[in-house]
Design a protein around this ligand. Structure first.
Ligand code: PLP
Length: 418
C-alpha cells in the first residue's frame, strides 16, 4: 500500500481503535481498491481481478438528470448585428444614472464589495417600503432561487412547479437531490387546484413564476392567496416576480403583502429585465426574517460586485426610467398581439415584456421554419421546445424598429408560404 498514491477517497466504518477503511490508489495505470484494517494491520485488495476500474468522482443523484439551461441566442452566422429578442431584456437599456454609478466604482477595484450590499438593500427597501432586514440580494434572482432550493430541499423531498414554468426551478430541485413535481396548467395558465392536488407529505416547496416565462400569463393575487392558504405551513411558497414591474392589472400583486404577513412565502425579483442590468447579475428576495437568516448563512460572503451594488441602487431609484419602460411595453404589447394575430397566428395574451406566438404544424410554417426565416432577416426570437412548447416562438418586446421588423418578416413568412 505504501507505494500507492491515495486519491482522497477514504471511508472509515467504525471508531478509533478499530478503523477498517476502503482506499483507492493507483499502481501504474491500474486502479486498486484496498481494504485496510488498522487494528490488525491486515489489508486486502478488493478488485484484484480488475486491471482497470472506472472509479471517478460521482455527482449526487439527480444532477445528471439536469439538462443545462440554454440561454437565448445572441449571434447569427452571417455576422450581421441581429435584433436580439430572445432573453426578455429591455429595449430601453439601463438608466443613465445606473451606468454612471457603475462607472463610479472603477477607481476602487482592489477593494472587496460591501458583503451586505447595504446601499442596494436600502434603495430597494425605500422604493417599496420594505423591511431592509428581510431583503437578501443575489447574483441574479437565479441565485436566490438556487439558494432557496439548496437550503430547503434534499433527497426524498418534492417541489412543485407548473407545466411550462421557468426551467431554473427544475434545475435547482434536481441539483439538490429532490424530486420535481409538475402541475399541469389550464390554457397555459397556472392552475392553483392542480398544484394543491399534487401536494404530498414530502412536498417542501412550490415555485410559481407570476407572470410566468415563457407563457406571459399570470394569476390574480386572490388566487395566489388561495394557493398559500391551501398549502401546509411547512411548505415554502416562492413567488417569482421577475416581470412584476411590467404588469398593468388591478388584480395583480407580486406578493409583498403575502411575504409580510406569512412566515413561509418568499418573493424574488430581478434587475435583469425592466432595470436593464442583466449583465451585472442582480436579484433579490423578500423573505420572512427566518428565511433571510438562512440565506445569509449560505450565500457567498461577497456575492454581489461593487459595480452591481452601485448600479442597482441607482437603477431602482430612477422611477422615471422604469415608467418609460412600462409605457413602451404597454404600447407595444397589444400592438404586437393584434398585428401578429391578424396574420393568422395565435398569440397567448401576455402581461409581461414578451409574447408567445403559436405556429401551425404544417411543413414550411412551423415554429422552426419561422425561426430560420426570422434569423435570415437578422431577428432572433426564442425557441421554447425545452418548455414543451415546440410549436411556439417567444418574442421579447423590442424597440419600435425591431417590433416593426418582426411584424413585416412574419407577414412575409405567412404570406409567402400561405
Ligand atoms: C421567470 C424568471 N425568473 C427568474 C429569472 C432569472 O433572472 P435573473 O437571474 O437574471 O435575475 C428569469 C430570467 O429569464 C425569469 O424569466
Amino acid at each position: 500500500m505504501k507505494s500507492e498514491r491515495a486519491l482522497g477517497f477514504r471511508a472509515d466504518a467504525s471508531g478509533p481503535d478499530r478503523e477498517p477503511s476502503v482506499r483507492v490508489g493507483t499502481l501504474g495505470i491500474a486502479f486498486r481498491l484496498v481494504y485496510e484494517c488498522r487494528a490488525c494491520n491486515h489489508s486486502r485488495i478488493l478488485n484484484k481481478d480488475l486491471q482497470m476500474t472506472s472509479i471517478a468522482p460521482t455527482p449526487r443523484p439527480g444532477i445528471l438528470q439536469i439538462e443545462a439551461y440554454v440561454p437565448g441566442e445572441s449571434k447569427l452566422p452571417s455576422g450581421v448585428k441581429p435584433a436580439k429578442l430572445s432573453s426578455n431584456e429591455t429595449p430601453l437599456g439601463p438608466s443613465p444614472l445606473a451606468v454612471e454609478a457603475y462607472q463610479s466604482v472603477a477607481g476602487q477595484l482592489e477593494r472587496y464589495p460591501d458583503g451586505q450590499a447595504t446601499i442596494l438593500r436600502e434603495a430597494i427597501a425605500s422604493r417599496y417600503g420594505l423591511d431592509v432586514e428581510r431583503i437578501v440580494c443575489g447574483s441574479g434572482s437565479d441565485e436566490i432561487l438556487t439558494m432557496l432550493a439548496h437550503a430547503y430541499l434534499g433527497p426524498g423531498d418534492e417541489a412543485i412547479y407548473t407545466q411550462h414554468g421557468f426551467l431554473v426551478y427544475r434545475i435547482a430541485i434536481l441539483a439538490n437531490g429532490a424530486t420535481p413535481v409538475v402541475a399541469p396548467e389550464q390554457n397555459l395558465k397556472t392552475d392553483v387546484d392542480a398544484i394543491l392536488k399534487r401536494v404530498t407529505d414530502n412536498t417542501r416547496m412550490v415555485f410559481l413564476a407570476n407572470p410566468n416565462n415563457p407563457t406571459g400569463t399570470y394569476i390574480p393575487i386572490d388566487e395566489v392567496r388561495r394557493l398559500r392558504s391551501g398549502l401546509r405551513g411547512d411548505i415554502l411558497l416562492v413567488l417569482d416576480g421577475a416581470y412584476a414591474e411590467y404588469v398593468v392589472r388591478n388584480d395583480y400583486e407580486a406578493g409583498i403583502e403575502l411575504v409580510a404577513t406569512t412566515h413561509n412565502t418568499v418573493m424574488t425579483r430581478t434587475f435583469s429585465k425592466i432595470h436593464g442590468l442583466a449583465a451585472l447579475r442582480i436579484g433579490w428576495g423578500y423573505c420572512p426574517l427566518a428565511v433571510a437568516d438562512v440565506l445569509n448563512r449560505i450565500r457567498g460572503p461577497f456575492n454581489l460586485s461593487s459595480a452591481a451594488i452601485a448600479a442597482g441602487a441607482a437603477a431602482i431609484a430612477d422611477t422615471a426610467h422604469v415608467e418609460k419602460s412600462v409605457a413602451h411595453n404597454s404600447e407595444w404589447l397589444p400592438r404586437l398581439e393584434t398585428e401578429i394575430a391578424r396574420l393568422g397566428l395565435t398569440v397567448t395574451p401576455s402581461v409581461a415584456n414578451f409574447i408567445l406566438i403559436h405556429f401551425p404544424d404544417q411543413p414550411g410554417k412551423t415554429a422552426r421554419d419561422a425561426d430560420a426565416f426570422l434569423k435570415s432577416k437578422g431577428l432572433i426570437l426564442r425557441m421554447v421546445g425545452a418548455y414543451g412548447l415546440g410549436h411556439c416562438l417567444r418574442m421579447t418586446i423590442g424597440t419600435e424598429d425591431e417590433n416593426r421588423r418582426v411584424i413585416a418578416a412574419l407577414s412575409q413568412f405567412m404570406g409567402a408560404l400561405g
